[in-house]
Design a protein around this ligand. Structure first.
Ligand SMILES: [Zn+2]
Length: 136
């Protein structure tokens, strides 16, 4: 059975993926402007400073927007459609957004601003993947 491609930790994203394997979301916080950023990058997306520190953030947020994938565009998606791709507005910072997949619900259960929480699902190679589910 085919699966989605394995994420490849690279370009400085290794601490994020290591955090996932520990069951937490670990994001970069800029040392200059103090903003959290997604996704991992060598410079701050707000002020272009290079220095940052990694910190664990709460794995909670609200659905900012979503779409339902009904056509499998990758062989790994054949057995998974329909599934929901969400943009999460993370609670850690008002303008912090993360794209992920919503699990443990049907597509018609999704609503704007619904509260969600991160869950981790192992890729067949062992890397934990950050997904979200509705907070009920
Ligand atoms: Zn900055």
């Amino acid at each position: 059975m085919s699966t989605f491609p394995r994420p490849v930790p690279e370009y400085g994203s290794e601490p994020f993926w290591a955090g996932c394997n520990e069951g937490v979301l670990r994001f970069q916080r800029c040392a200059a402007c103090q903003k959290l950023r997604w996704h991992p990058a060598p410079i701050c997306t707000y002020c272009q400073a290079e220095d940052c520190a990694w910190e664990t953030i709460p794995g909670t947020g609200r659905i900012h927007t979503w779409t339902v994938i009904t056509h499998p565009v990758h062989p790994g998606a054949v057995g998974k459609v329909p599934y929901v791709v969400v943009e999460i507005a993370l609670d850690a910072q008002s303008d912090l957004r993360m794209i992920s997949r919503l699990v443990e619900c049907e597509p018609d259960e999704v609503t704007m601003a619904a509260p969600v929480e991160v869950v981790f699902e192992a890729h067949p190679d062992g890397q934990q993947l950050p997904l979200f589910r509705l907070r009920r």
